[in-house]
Design a protein around this ligand. Structure first.
Ligand SMILES: [Zn+2]
Length: 188
């Protein structure tokens, strides 16, 4: 798996371009990965609602929870589905609108300098092995492109917007991710 440095696209992802994005101030100023959890409707997996939300075409009448959501303009760079398949909505060269009001290590507006990765899931239901496998490959591909993304700069939405956001939640196994990164990172 690799990132095309010209397009900012991941070679193994399905690309569905979202209008919910904007140019980065500095294309090389990317040093944070933000992990999220999402399911639509909440707790249901599969279906097209997440794609529709990020593409700005969610049907407000599709579910009782969609009316408000259909008005919001949000996106992420990537979505990793339960079986590990990957969709990309925004080039890494652009900001995706995933973090909202946020701060990491004293710096605000995390969208400016981060890559947002959604995992299809909920805060309480264990994420799938196939998702960790894809996530690990994605992170390694991103680190090859953006070496400032060190292991300590891979955080959850809950860490950059505490009190406001809870995802990816206690169901996400940070210890396992860190172990896998430790094993797989290229040592110099
Ligand atoms: Zn989130």
């Amino acid at each position: 798996m690799r990132v095309d440095e010209n397009t900012g696209l991941l070679d193994e992802a399905l690309f569905l371009p979202s209008p919910h994005c904007e140019p980065r101030v500095d294309q090389d100023d990317v040093d944070l990965i933000v992990l999220h959890g999402i399911s639509l409707p909440a707790g249901k997996f599969g279906g097209v609602a997440i794609d529709a939300l990020f593409l700005g075409i969610l049907n407000a009448d599709g579910h009782s929870s969609y009316a408000e959501l259909a008005e919001t303009k949000v996106s992420a760079h990537l979505l990793i589905r339960r079986k590990g398949s990957i969709t990309q909505y925004v080039s890494f060269h652009q900001q995706a609108w995933h973090a909202g009001q946020s701060t990491y290590a004293g710096r605000e507006r995390c969208n400016d300098y981060s890559i947002g990765i959604e995992l299809e899931g909920t805060d309480t239901q264990p994420y799938e092995a196939a998702q960790y496998k894809s996530l690990l490959e994605v992170i390694l591909a991103l680190q090859a492109c953006y070496p400032k993304i060190t292991v300590d700069r891979i955080k959850g939405h809950e860490h950059i917007a505490p009190g406001r956001k809870t995802d990816p939640g206690p169901a996400f196994d940070w210890d396992y991710l860190h172990q896998q990164l430790e094993v797989n990172l290229v040592k110099e």
